[in-house]
Design a protein around this ligand. Structure first.
Ligand code: ADP
Ligand code: MG
Length: 721
């Protein structure tokens, strides 16, 4: 039984999902598969694991497993449930966890569970799996549902019954329930009626063109809000000195420019009542004088300390201690204002939100299916997402949502966001599936099947990396059924995508493994360098940023080494940065002083440990270990590393365009790749920007102002196949 604190019990009873406990548990008893829909905040994530626990699903040998698409959610939900139950609840994410043999409830990212399926296809440790946030349609979520649709019946046949509960914040679950390939008998769908307070939705009459969100924008909005609505802290405040400094700075700088939102320009009309953008044209003329006045006020707005705001940023790369702040009550006398990316859309419920300001946009990574070029694009979100955002305002009392776009624009949004699996390369998934002996990936019961092109491209890449056997006949290639090779098996056991797994598999040569592990770890962690190009809020900040930029540039040159090592290019910079940071004990101080993101460096450290273990378990004879005082690679090791990198990135080869080929000035210093008609370039921040080698391989092409190669390393012409 569970020994909850009285206040926790009281809070639980207010959650809508509590009223459905019997219905849910009965459905789970009688069915192997159950789908549970309920608005965000209705209590699915925190309560359903508790229902299962109390019904005895963790009392035998099996435990309760919950998957989340986001690491933030896996960690914070495990803490929340632990607190509610007065019981240890564990989590496991890519790099860390606190699972023990006594664990009864385990939150994990979906990627972690997929890896576990590779070790034990029947998932015998679990009696129930909950797939949470299924509406997000993350790739791993989709694959897990497909796999579990097969695993659960197998378990039942073996007399080791298992349950699958799919939880979604929206009612759009037909991809799961109406998909006969997935579930021959449609699973029951239980809907939780959330006690949602009404949220008045206010549309802007006009839709401004400006762009928005990401980490940099979140910070700049926070900064501007803090200046406009500053508050003085009492001596009871106990926050980080970093925050304190920001507030002190805010007091000095009294004038800011924050665009003013005139609430009279908002209308609460339902979507279908006319084109607000057009109507706004008329209003414009009538109120033009007034508007000019407002514009003038915009640029030199007085700070208003009578409306103190406690402004906090929230995004997924933010350090966990910083993230946790949004759950605490704001200091006395101030209103909490959270500036968030879409992590706050469904995965985290911040208590007591009354107002939501929705810019209507989303920043997503787009991949070109043919060329693999990726770019981050800001686009309109879907209607379903916009409604989720609005819903956050009505959790504890009636609220308001201000949409910074018109109802006409809203009407043009797509109804739902696309499943991620249709938008990105799938070679990692194909390899994982082949390793699970699913040879004909096309026949897999995907909730949404990836495009045929993407599957073919994935299979071809895997064949070229040697992870799959060469197809005997052209026919077989067309049917997508090349079997996995022994090398492919080894590659599949590494928790990185196939190109990097190939590098690890080759790392034994010339004692290069420790270097390959460090480079791969650094290449697969997002953004290891701090973003110092962000716009500064003040002159003071601007000069500090310039100083730090100069320091980082200097360090990059140092890390790139000299002579032979220079040719390993940006990957040598990564290796140097990781080596130097570890040498210094991987401290926050070292990272801050040298332009490295502390969180990224910690991730790299953990991943190095994890990859080292993975390599040792595949080939115990190499006995590799993590050396925090790793000496730089020798000249011949650098050559070997460059060849290993080429083996993994062989399809990312680029050739410098020769002088005599310059038909158009855009090709100056440009590189030609097999798939692109347009030139790609070496970025000015790259270690090889001045060298411009004849051949290079790159990690990826990211389109920003130009198509830039990232993670560039030089290739000797005689190595080119
Ligand atoms: P759902 O999964 O249906 O979106 P949750 O189970 O995540 O709902 O949340 C239920 C309620 O629990 C929320 O409305 C919120 O008030 C509360 N809650 C969740 N996490 C926390 C937390 N870390 N701190 C305080 N309250 C929380
Ligand atoms: Mg939830």
């Amino acid at each position: 039984s569970v020994d909850r604190l009285p206040e926790m019990q009281e809070a639980r009873l207010r959650l809508p999902v509590l009223a459905e406990e019997q219905v849910i548990m009965e459905a789970v008893r009688e069915n192997s598969f159950v789908v549970l829909c309920g608005e965000t905040g209705s209590g699915k994530t925190t309560q359903v694991p508790q229902f299962l626990y109390e019904a005895g699903y963790a009392s035998g040998t099996g435990i309760i497993g919950v998957t989340e698409p986001r690491r933030v959610a896996a960690v914070s939900m495990s803490h929340r449930v632990a607190k509610e139950m007065n019981l240890v609840v564990s989590y496991q994410i890519r790099y860390e966890g606190n699972v023990t043999c006594d664990t009864k409830i385990k939150f994990m990212t979906d990627g972690v569970l997929l890896k576990e399926i590779q070790k034990d296809f029947l998932l015998q440790r679990y009696s129930v799996i909950i797939i949470d946030e299924a509406h997000e349609r993350s790739v791993y979520t989709d694959i897990l549902i497909g796999l579990l649709s097969r695993i659960v019946p197998l378990r039942n046949k073996k007399g080791l019954p298992m349950k699958l509960i799919v939880m979604s914040a929206t009612l759009r679950v037909e991809d799961f329930t109406e998909n006969r390939k997935l579930f021959p008998t449609p699973p029951p769908v239980i809907k939780v009626e959330a006690r949602q307070f009404p949220v008045s939705v206010h549309f802007n009459k006009r839709t401004p063109l400006e762009d928005y969100t990401g980490e940099a924008e979140v910070h700049s909005v926070c900064r501007r809000l803090r200046r406009a609505f500053p508050f003085k802290r009492g001596n009871t405040a106990s926050d980080s000195s970093d925050e304190m400094k920001k507030f002190k700075k805010a007091k000095h700088k009294r004038t800011v420019s924050l665009p003013r939102i005139d609430l009279d320009n908002y209308s609460a009309l339902p979507v279908d009542e006319g084109d607000e953008d057009r109507l706004a044209g008329i209003d414009d003329e009538e109120g033009s004088d007034l508007e000019l006045g407002d514009d003038a006020a915009d640029t030199e707005e007085k700070a208003d300390p009578s409306l103190p705001l406690y402004v906090l940023p929230l995004y997924s790369l933010l350090a966990p201690e910083q993230q946790a702040k949004v759950f605490r009550p704001p200091p006395h006398g101030a209103r909490l204002c959270v500036v968030a990316t879409n992590v706050a859309e469904t995965s985290l419920t911040i208590p007591g939100i009354k107002y939501v300001v929705d810019c209507g946009r989303v920043k997503k990574r787009f991949y070109d299916r043919v060329t693999g070029v990726s770019s981050f694009k800001v686009s309109w979100t879907s209607q379903a997402s916009a409604n989720q955002r609005a819903g956050r305002a009505g959790r504890t009392e009636p609220g308001h949502c201000y949409r910074l776009y018109s109802s006409a624009v809203f009407g043009d949004f797509s109804l739902f966001s696309e499943a991620e699996i249709t938008r990105r390369p799938v070679e990692d998934l194909v390899l994982q599936m082949k390793d699970l002996n699913i040879d004909k990936v096309v026949n897999f019961p995907f909730p949404t099947t990836p495009s045929a092109e993407a599957l073919v491209a994935a299979e071809q890449l895997l064949v070229s990396l040697g992870a799959l056997e060469e197809p005997v006949k052209e026919m077989e290639r067309a049917r997508l059924s090349c079997p996995i090779s022994p090398l492919g098996r080894a590659m599949a056991s590494f928790p990185v995508s196939p190109r990097y797994a190939k590098m690890l598999a080759l790392g034994k040569q010339q004692d290069c493994l420790p270097y390959v592990i460090a480079v791969v770890a650094a290449m697969t962690v997002r953004e290891i360098f701090e973003d110092l190009d962000r716009p500064a809020g003040s002159e003071d900040e601007s000069s500090k940023l310039a100083q730090r930029r100069a320091r980082l540039a200097q360090m990059r040159r140092l890390w790139a080494g000299q002579g032979a090592s220079l040719l390993l290019g940006d990957l040598m910079v990564l290796l140097g940065a990781v080596g130097a940071c570890e040498f210094a004990g991987c401290t926050l101080k070292f990272c801050e002083e040298n332009g490295l993101r502390y969180k990224a460096m910690l991730e790299i450290r953990r991943l190095r440990g994890q990859l080292t273990n993975a390599v040792n378990s595949v080939c115990p004879e190499v006995g590799v270990f993590v050396d925090c005082k790793m000496a730089p690679p020798t000249e011949s090791q650098v050559v070997c590393l460059r060849q290993i990198v080429l083996a993994g990135l062989g399809d990312h080869l680029a050739r410098r365009v020769q002088q005599e080929e310059l038909l158009d000035s855009k090709w100056r210093n440009g590189y030609k790749t097999p798939l692109l008609d347009e030139p790609v370039y070496i970025h000015p921040s790259s270690a090889l920007f001045k060298t411009l080698p004849q051949f290079v391989v790159y990690q990826e092409v990211l389109e920003t102002t130009k198509m830039y190669m990232r993670g560039v390393s030089a290739v000797e012409p005689e190595w080119v196949p």
